[in-house]
Design a protein around this ligand. Sequence first.
Ligand code: NAD
Length: 539
Amino acid sequence: MPLSTFPLRARTFATSAHVKALSAAARPKADQLSAQWKGTSATGGTTKNFIGGEFIESKSTEWIELHDPSTQTVLSRVPQTTDSEFQQAVDAASHAYKSWSRTSVITRQRFVMELQHLLRRNADAIANSIVLEQGKTLADAHGDLLRGLQVVETAAGITSNLLGDKIEVSKDMDTEVRRVPLGVCASIAPFNFPAMIPLWTIPVAAVTGNTLILKPSERDPGAAMIIAELCQQAGLPAGVLNVVHGGVSTVNAICDNPAIRAISFVGGDKAGRHIYELGTKNGKRVQANLGAKNHAVLMPDANKNLALNSIVGAAFGAAGQRCMAVSVAVLVGDAQSWLPELVERAQKLKVSGGFEKDADLGPLISPAAKARVTGLIASAEEDGGKIVLDGRGVEVPGYPDGNFVGPTIIEAGTPMRCYQEEIFGPVLIVLRAETLDDAIDLINENRYGNGTAIFTQSGATARKFETEVNVGQIGINVPIPVPLPMFAWSGNKGSVLGDIGFYGKSGINFYTQNKTTTSLWRAEDAVGNRAAVDMPTHH
Ligand code: NAD
């Protein structure tokens, strides 16, 4: 696909929007971030590339402006990495691979153990960067980091998890299988989890002996830059992790570069399909997590309080910008009468800047995202849906310029656009079903298969649901059933491309390949002088 078909989404520096002041709560955090970290700025400076162990100012002529989504203040400018800078990153990763892949597994384990200490010690800085650039609330930003930290901690088990197999296949003949790294790998991240998603790949790629080129989202790369600096402090040698910025042309450079052996992608359908097709066409291993539409089924026997609170939290937390957000509630039978209470609880949520103490949800990532979400809400009206709670036009005191949309609930039908498309905003679609079978059928008809949940007090109902529903991650009285990293990500259907999931055992499989050696050490061969001419039959 030609590069020119993909316009950069963010506005470039040349077309800069108006610069507004940060909130009083955000200003000291921004100053601190700019002063303390080499790779990121929150006060109008630039975001650096991290190549061969150095934080380098790009020589690019094309820059992407990064705005605080609560106020539109310019925080940083992110480079569209040049071709030669990108090649330097690949060269640094290729060079580092030669020694890192031969470093002992104990040394690589020590790196992740150090990293987890440093991430915990610097959690506030990472969370502050996430709130500033991404907009989510401070507590939610800490959760973003925590879920990534769990992958780092699990990666410390590599000394057991990388054990190979060996058996004597014939007299004096052994076959041994070792899991060896792939080489230079790349990771392309979305905007919605600026710490967690880079941490899905950095520790797993590194402990298995690979080197990595990370391209964070051009919309909030600050957390990844702090993580890169902490990796260096944790003893990761120069070139094992490199971070390059940019939009589609950096992505295409990753897909086309022959030195890159594997690509991990998390993001939307359009980019994911493109990367999967181009990457696999070029012979690379690709894992791609894509979009979602996650249904929560509310049975009439559910614990009402738990169910309604869970659904409201999972639908509107992070302003709905989670791939595992509950975006559809299916009210079954008598549970349909609970809709007014669902609306009442959603109405109570406070929309505000992410640093405000009582904020439940913050802004959307960009004015374009806000326009998309409000457009989809409007489409529901045109398609005959009923907006029972309308978050358009929400007024947020102190933040007149933020990309805010309040909690929105729409009664809709399955053919409507607002149901068929991923909205990725604080919008809950409500569907009605007469029976559990009807609910399961409509979930199975949906093209996505990331997550689903059922709220019930019946073990039999839960059992039927988990057996019959064709979705990869199922919650029973759990609204966001993301598996912890001792398990692997297991979204299915249209929510993934590629066969090997992120982290857990799958993550190790993704970043390694098997190497078998069959060896014969027979004492008599040392003195024998007769060649065997028959096909070996392993007697
Ligand atoms: P996005 O697809 O716009 O961007 C993801 C990455 O791809 C970014 O690094 C971006 O620079 C790059 N990119 C964007 N458009 C591209 C294009 N046309 N060609 C090539 N590269 C491109 O996604 P986003 O808006 O940052 O993130 C939100 C999406 O990510 C949602 O659809 C959400 O469901 C999905 N997501 C999925 C998971 C999961 O595990 N399934 C997790 C988080 C987010």
